[in-house]
Design a protein around this ligand. Structure first.
Ligand SMILES: Cc1cc2nc3c(=O)[nH]c(=O)nc-3n(C[C@H](O)[C@H](O)[C@H](O)COP(=O)(O)O)c2cc1C
Length: 340
């Protein structure tokens, strides 16, 4: 069965389904929420700046907050100064994270200047960074890359080999270049090439939206784990669905009542945890989560114009409350007809 289990040294990832790090999305509340739905073997923090960490920037410290129920958990760091990255890695280990990951994929202009996918163009500097981080920590050290800067500069294979030689213990490959941004298709053929070139585990990432996509990724690349990004906020059940699909060839679809419960639970947790920017997160989540929901545009509009968190919750209650009452009563009528 694909993606049954992955071990990165002593860390057991079971099933080998990983929630991709996503800045602004995969905070502690979202991660716990995904974890509770089941089927996700590893979660990661949003990326954290090594420079911010060393300055004790409150935002960086907030990004590194996690709870025990989130284990195993990876902290993802970005930066370009080898000594600062090593120092940040030490702090991450001291905070009790199970793994540390280095971001080599972020395409944002602001980040590229000081790390992220910018480092894909400087393999000699990357080698120094790998060696310094490796020497600084004892926890497993992983990296997450894009396949290169541009179609003319695909470096995934030499980079993966160098990483392996420097003691990196797993590599997640998002099959796009930096210049591609999120356009076009992820190149799973390059993920397959990386898989054939190294002995360390390779985690496939990019454009897996359904359990069938995950099966196709495995068929095409034989990668050791699958990482899911954008599909997770619109379908947080995808991890459990993959588990069901690989076990029995089918998977369940959530009902309207499941959707209602899920959005309600997520919002309640955001408020209870006094999450900074909770209102914005609610609106963002509503816009993803209601795609594919009947009359979802109506809910999106009404949530977007809400002025505070309670109003968002009230509008969600109104929307789903009315629909569920309607379907319960039409179901009642149908039963009454059937009984005649
Ligand atoms: C809103 C957003 C934020 C992201 N933030 C990060 C990040 O902090 N670190 C990282 O390595 N990748 C980040 N990514 C990239 C994802 O982890 C993932 O590689 C990418 O979305 C491709 O996977 P997908 O097709 O499953 O979405 C982000 C992607 C999105 C859409």
């Amino acid at each position: 069965m694909p993606f049954n289990e992955l071990r990165i040294r002593h860390v057991v990832i079971r099933p080998a389904h990983i929630l991709a790090p996503m800045a602004g999305i995969t905070d502690t509340v979202f991660r716990r929420f995904i974890k509770r739905l089941g089927g996700c073997g590893l979660i990661m923090t949003e990326f954290v700046s090594s420079e911010g960490m060393l300055r004790h920037n409150p935002r960086s410290e907030r990004y590194l907050y996690y709870t025990e129920e989130e284990r195993p958990i990876t902290a993802q760091v970005f930066g370009a100064d080898p000594d600062h990255l090593a120092e940040a890695a030490r702090l991450i280990e001291d905070l009790g994270f199970d793994l540390i990951d280095l971001n080599l994929g972020c395409p944002a202009k602001k980040v590229v200047k000081c790390g992220g996918s910018g480092l894909l163009r400087d393999l000699p500097l990357l080698k120094v960074i790998f060696e310094k981080i490796r020497a600084a920590v004892t926890i497993p050290f992983t990296i997450k890359i894009r396949i290169g800067w541009s179609d003319q500069e695909i470096v995934a294979v030499p980079l993966a080999r160098m990483a392996e030689d420097c003691g990196v213990e797993a590599i997640a490959v998002h099959g796009r270049t930096r210049l591609q941004g999120y356009s076009g298709r992820a190149r799973w053929d390059v993920i397959a090439e990386v898989k054939q070139s190294v002995r360390i585990p390779v985690i496939g990432n990019g454009d897996v939206m359904t359990p069938r996509d995950a099966a196709a990724l495995w068929e095409q690349t034989r990668c050791d784990a699958v990482m899911i990004g954008r599909a997770a906020p619109s379908n947080p059940w995808i991890f459990r669905q993959m588990e069901q699909y690989f076990r029995g060839g089918t998977y369940g679809e959530p009902t309207e009542a499941d959707r209602y419960r899920l959005i309600r639970d997520y919002y309640t947790l955001l408020v209870a945890e006094e999450t900074p920017g909770a209102l914005g997160k609610m609106k963002q989540f509503a816009s993803w989560f209601t795609h594919g929901v009947r009359n979802g545009a109506e809910l999106r509009r009404s949530v977007q114009s809400a002025v505070d968190c309670q109003q968002v919750i009230d509008r969600v209650d109104e929307f789903f409350g009315a629909r569920l009452a309607w379907s319960a009563s039409s179901c009642g009528r149908a039963n009454a007809h059937a009984g005649r």
